[in-house]
Design a protein around this ligand. Structure first.
Ligand SMILES: CC(C)(COP(=O)(O)OP(=O)(O)OC[C@H]1O[C@@H](n2cnc3c(N)ncnc32)[C@H](O)[C@@H]1OP(=O)(O)O)[C@@H](O)C(=O)NCCC(=O)NCCS
Length: 202
C-alpha cells in the first residue's frame, strides 16, 4: 500500500497549475488574502451577476464567509480538484475564471465572470484561450467544455470566438432569473485545439 508521502505526491501531481500568464493578464489561484479584492469586485458587479448565478442572490457575504469559501476552493485544488483563479490586469482583480472537473474524467469545464467595468475588451476570451491550452496540457484531458444558458449571449460568444463547437442544447431547471432554461454546451477536443492554424477571429 502506498504510504502517506506517496499519496500526497500523486495528488500534488494532479493539481492544476495555479498561475498562468497571458498577453495582458495574470490568472492566479485565489487565496484567502484575496478576500477584499474579490469582495469588492463581486459587490460592484452584483446587478450584472444576478441574472446568471444563483450564488449572487446571497451576496454580499461577510468577509469571514468569503474567506471560508476561498479556503474551501483551496482545499479542493490541493486535493487535485477544481481551480478557482482571479483574473488580474496590472495587478487589479477584474474577474474570476475556473477549471472544473465536471462531467467525464477526460473533460474539464471552464467557468467565468468579469467585473462589470471590464467587459468588452476580450479579457475573458483571452483568459479562456489560455486555460483551454492549459487544460489540454493536463494528462488525460481530451475535452474542454463551456456551458451557459441560451439567454446569456455574451457568455456564448466566448466559446464561439475561440472556435468551440456547440455540441448540445439541454433543457434544465431554471437556477437564476436571467435564464430561459436551455443550456448550451460547447466543446473543444484536443486534436482540434492542437491543429488550429490561426487564432480564432475576434
Ligand atoms: C460572460 C462575460 C464574462 C463576457 O464578457 P465579455 O466582456 O463579453 O467577454 P470578453 O472579455 O471576452 O470580451 C469580448 C468583447 O470585447 C470585444 N473585444 C475587444 N477587444 C477584444 C480582443 N482583443 N479579443 C476579443 N474580443 C475583444 C469583443 O468584440 C466583445 O465585444 P462585444 O460583446 O461588443 O462583441 C460577461 O458578460 C460577464 O461577466 N457576465 C456575467 C457573468 C456570466 O454570465 N458569466 C458566465 C456564466 S455561464
Amino acid at each position: 500500500m502506498a504510504d502517506h508521502a506517496q499519496v500526497s505526491e500523486a495528488r500534488a501531481m494532479e493539481r492544476l497549475p495555479e498561475r498562468t500568464q497571458t498577453q495582458r493578464l495574470v490568472l492566479r489561484r485565489l487565496t484567502p488574502e484575496d478576500e477584499p479584492v474579490l469582495g469588492a469586485s463581486v459587490t460592484a458587479s452584483l446587478e450584472h451577476l444576478l441574472p446568471w448565478f444563483p450564488w449572487a442572490d446571497h451576496e454580499p457575504v461577510s468577509p469571514d464567509q468569503r474567506r471560508q469559501r476561498i479556503a474551501t476552493w483551496e482545499q479542493e485544488w490541493r486535493a487535485g480538484g477544481d481551480l478557482y483563479c482571479g483574473v488580474f490586469l496590472d495587478g487589479a482583480h477584474i474577474g474570476n475564471i475556473g477549471l472544473h472537473r465536471r462531467g467525464t474524467a477526460d473533460s474539464i469545464e471552464i467557468g467565468y465572470w468579469l467585473h462589470v467595468d471590464h467587459t468588452g475588451h476580450g479579457y475573458i476570451t483571452e483568459a479562456s484561450e489560455a486555460l483551454t491550452t492549459l487544460a489540454f496540457e493536463q494528462p488525460g484531458i481530451e475535452r474542454v467544455a463551456i456551458h451557459h444558458d441560451r439567454a446569456n449571449v455574451a457568455s456564448g460568444a466566448v466559446p464561439r470566438r475561440l472556435g468551440f463547437t456547440l455540441e448540445r442544447e439541454v433543457t434544465k431547471e431554471l437556477q437564476a432569473p436571467g435564464e430561459d432554461g436551455v443550456e448550451f454546451q460547447w466543446k473543444m477536443v484536443r486534436a482540434a485545439w492542437a491543429t488550429r492554424l490561426v487564432r480564432a477571429p475576434r
